[in-house]
Design a protein around this ligand. Structure first.
Ligand SMILES: Nc1ncnc2c1ncn2[C@@H]1O[C@H](COP(=O)(O)OP(=O)(O)OP(=O)(O)O)[C@@H](O)[C@H]1O
Ligand SMILES: [Mg+2]
Length: 262
């Protein structure tokens, strides 16, 4: 049995149109896949194809209309403390400093204040925020705020990180740096990551497998196993090849040669 199993999952939403009539939209259609423990999977697709909806079902925030999601042999019915979700907007509490924000998830755990502070300090340093312990979110750059969100997620020692375009609001330089740092951390700690993005390069850089989605209704069109050694060189031929293959798939450009080359 695979670690994460998605079996024939469909999702419909009710929607009210401009005339006030309700209709049903079929957002995800009969999706099935498996993810092994320790894998890094990217869900890639155009805006509106259902990436967040799929992620939210994996994380237990939404229920499938049909089909099942199970993790570690148990059907997902609600969010679990074993998995954390990191969103595009960091969700930091503005009235708490960096250290107190990272401690947040540890406060309802049965651990002493000292242990909590030690854990917060450890993850704060891991994401490169040493020295900024006492700063408040408004005093940090976007990249630093995202690091706080990642540290807060990691501090509760989750088995899985669900990440929904976590670097979407960052400039390319900060984004590249954080991608590298995230990989180092999750590979070292053997976390499983499901990462939503609409950035092809980000997906090819990060993922063990890239799931290319199509829209209306959302489906997984193709799964690419990225067989490039890590750390990956964005300027290498292999990287360009994958980037082109995924690009062509996403934009339905038929150029068979590339598919044979990767
Ligand atoms: N609660 C909801 N009620 C009604 N429709 C919804 C709801 N949530 C999402 N949708 C619709 O489902 C579709 C998929 O939305 P979703 O947020 O999963 O897309 P996405 O791929 O994450 O897009 P983006 O890249 O813009 O974040 C969209 O058409 C959206 O309008
Ligand atoms: Mg989304």
């Amino acid at each position: 049995m695979a670690y994460i199993e998605v079996r024939n999952v469909s999702k419909d939403f009710k929607r009210r149109n401009a005339e006030g009539k309700d209709s049903t939209i079929h957002v995800l259609d009969d999706i099935s896949f498996e993810v092994e423990k320790g894998e890094f999977v990217c869900l890639l697709g155009f805006s509106g194809c259902g990436k967040s909806t799929l992620l939210n079902m994996l994380a237990g925030f939404e229920k499938p209309t049909k089909g099942t999601v199970s993790i570690d042999g148990e059907e997902v019915k609600k969010p679990s403390a074993k998995y954390i979700t990191i969103f595009q907007h960091y969700g930091l509490l503005p009235w708490r400093n960096v250290k107190k924000n990272i401690e947040l998830g540890l406060e309802n755990k049965n651990i002493s204040r000292e242990e909590r502070e030690q854990a917060a300090q450890k993850y704060l340093e891991l994401v490169g925020l040493k020295g900024l312990e006492q700063q408040f979110p408004s005093q940090l750059s976007g990249g630093q705020q995202q690091r706080v969100a990642i540290a807060r997620g990691l501090a509760v020692n989750p088995e899985i990180l669900f990440m929904d375009e976590p670097f979407g609001a960052l400039d390319p330089i900060t984004r590249n740096k954080l991608q590298g740092d995230l990989l180092t951390i999750v590979k070292e700690q053997k976390k499983t990551v499901i990462f939503v993005t609409h950035d092809i390069e980000e997906a090819v850089y990060l993922a063990d497998r890239v799931f290319v989605m199509q829209a209306n209704p959302g489906k997984i069109q193709k799964i690419y196993e990225v067989k490039i050694q890590r750390p990956r060189d964005r300027n290498s031929n292999g990287f360009s090849m994958y980037r082109a293959a995924v690009y062509n798939k996403l934009f339905s450009i038929k150029e068979a040669n590339i598919e044979y080359m990767i």
